[in-house]
Write a protein that binds this ligand. Structure first.
Ligand code: DAH
Length: 362
C-alpha cells in the first residue's frame, strides 16, 4: 500500500492549521481513539503475511514524522502566543531583577571576631561560660561580699531557682568565667600558665538610655602564670607591664590606629590593684571634644591584677602565681570604632542601622 498520499494530506493539514485550537482538533483526528494514523498502523493486521513487515515499517516511520510535525507546529503557536503577550505588556525581560542583599555581620560580631583572632594569635584560648549563672560564681568567688551594692535587685536579674551555689541569676559580667576556668584547670591537678578570653552576653536590670542597655556584650581576659624566682629577689611573673602592653596592642588593632593609654586607680573587688584604663580620644586626638567631655581621654577598659582570694577560689596558690584580668565592654569599643552614639542601636533591629555594615562576602 502506498502511504504517499496520506503523508501529503496529513502534513498539509498540519501546515494549514489556523491556530492552536485547530491543531488540537487535528491531533485528536489523527491520534485519538479512532484516529487516522492509529488506524493506519493498526491496519497492518489485515494484510497478507508477506506484506506486513514492509508496511509496518513504513507506517511507523510516517507516524513519527506526523507526530514531529504536530509538535513543531504546537511549539510555533506557543512561541507566537508568548511573543504577542510580551509585546502587549510592559514587562521587560532584559531588566535586571531586584538586588538581593546577603546580609551583614552585626558590628559586635565583627569586632568580637577581630578580637578573638588577635588574642588567639597571642596564644589565648577562647572559653565559654553559662549565661544563667550562680550567685557563687558571679559574686562570692570573685571576692564580692554578700552586702556589696552590685548584688542589689536593681542591678541583677535574679531567677527563682537555687542550687548549692546559691541563687541563680543572669550573669552581670563575664568575670565568673575566670574562676570557672581556673577550677577546670586545677581540678585535675594542673597549674598555670593560663591565658583565656571570654566573649559573652551579660545582663543587668538597667534603665535603658543612650549609654545603658539591659543586655550587653563583654570580653573578659585572664592571664595567670607562675612567679619565677632567681633567689636574689629578682622575681618575674605576670605584671602590670604585661597588662598594659596587651591592652595597648588590643586597642591599636581594634581602633586601627596608634593609641596612648593611661591607668587610673579603679575599684573592683576581684582585682588588686584595680585600674580604669583610658585611651586617648580618637575623635579629637586628645585635644578635648564632646565625646571625651573635653578631657582628651576615654575610659575604656577596667582591669587589674587578679586578687589573691580569686586565685584561691580557682585552686591556685597566690604565693606562687600572679595574673592580670580585664573586662572589655564590647559595645563601647564598637561605638568608638564606628562613631555610634546610641547603644540602643545594637539591639534595636533597625535594618537601616544594620545595613551600613559590610555584606558577608560570598
Ligand atoms: N566585671 C567588671 C564589670 O563588669 C569588669 C572588670 C573589671 C573585669 C576589672 C575585670 C577586671 O576582669 O579586672 O563591671
Amino acid at each position: 500500500m502506498d502511504t504517499t498520499a496520506l503523508r501529503e494530506q496529513w502534513l498539509h493539514a498540519i501546515e494549514k492549521a489556523a491556530d492552536a485550537a485547530a491543531l488540537a482538533e487535528l491531533d485528536t483526528r489523527l491520534f485519538g481513539a479512532k484516529g487516522e494514523v492509529v488506524e493506519l498502523v493498526r491496519s497492518v493486521t489485515t494484510l497478507p503475511k508477506e506484506e506486513r513487515p514492509a508496511f509496518g515499517k513504513a507506517a511507523n516511520v510516517l507516524k513519527q514524522e506526523v507526530e514531529q510535525a504536530l509538535a513543531a507546529r504546537r511549539e510555533a503557536f506557543a512561541a507566537a502566543a508568548l511573543a504577542q503577550e510580551l509585546a502587549a505588556s510592559d514587562f521587560d525581560p532584559t531588566e535586571p531583577g531586584p538586588r538581593v542583599r546577603r546580609g551583614a555581620l552585626h558590628p559586635i560580631t565583627i569586632v568580637q571576631n577581630e578580637l578573638v583572632d588577635l588574642f588567639t594569635s597571642m596564644g589565648f584560648q577562647w572559653q565559654d561560660g553559662p549565661e544563667v549563672e550562680s550567685e557563687y560564681f558571679n559574686f562570692d568567688a570573685l571576692n564580692i561580699p554578700g552586702d556589696h551594692p552590685a548584688r542589689e535587685s536593681q542591678d541583677t536579674f535574679w531567677l527563682r531557682e537555687q542550687s548549692g551555689l546559691g541563687r541563680n541569676l543572669l550573669r552581670t559580667h563575664t568575670s565568673p568565667v575566670q574562676v570557672r576556668t581556673m577550677q577546670r584547670l586545677t581540678k585535675h591537678g594542673f597549674q598555670p600558665p593560663l591565658k583565656v578570653i571570654v566573649p559573652g552576653r551579660c545582663f543587668r536590670s538597667e534603665t535603658v538610655d543612650k549609654s545603658h542597655e539591659h543586655t550587653f556584650y563583654q570580653m573578659e581576659g585572664l592571664v595567670v602564670d607562675r612567679v619565677q624566682r632567681d633567689g636574689h629577689g629578682g622575681d618575674r611573673g605576670v605584671s602590670i607591664a604585661n597588662l598594659i602592653h596587651t591592652m595597648k596592642t588590643c586597642l591599636r588593632v581594634i581602633l586601627e590606629r596608634d593609641v596612648q593609654v593611661r591607668l587610673r586607680p579603679g575599684f573592683f573587688p576581684f582585682v588588686e590593684p584595680g585600674f580604669e584604663l583610658d585611651v586617648n580620644c580618637p575623635f579629637c586626638s586628645g585635644k578635648g571634644c564632646s565625646v571625651c567631655k573635653q578631657s582628651g581621654w576615654i575610659e575604656i577598659l577596667p582591669c587589674g591584677m587578679v586578687h589573691p582570694n580569686v586565685l584561691r577560689q580557682g585552686g591556685i596558690d597566690p604565693e606562687e602565681h600572679t595574673g592580670f584580668a580585664f573586662g572589655m565592654g564590647l559595645q563601647r569599643v564598637v561605638m568608638l570604632r564606628y562613631g555610634i552614639d546610641d547603644i540602643r542601636q545594637f539591639m534595636g533591629g533597625d535594618q537601616r542601622f544594620l545595613q551600613q555594615f559590610p555584606e558577608v562576602p560570598r
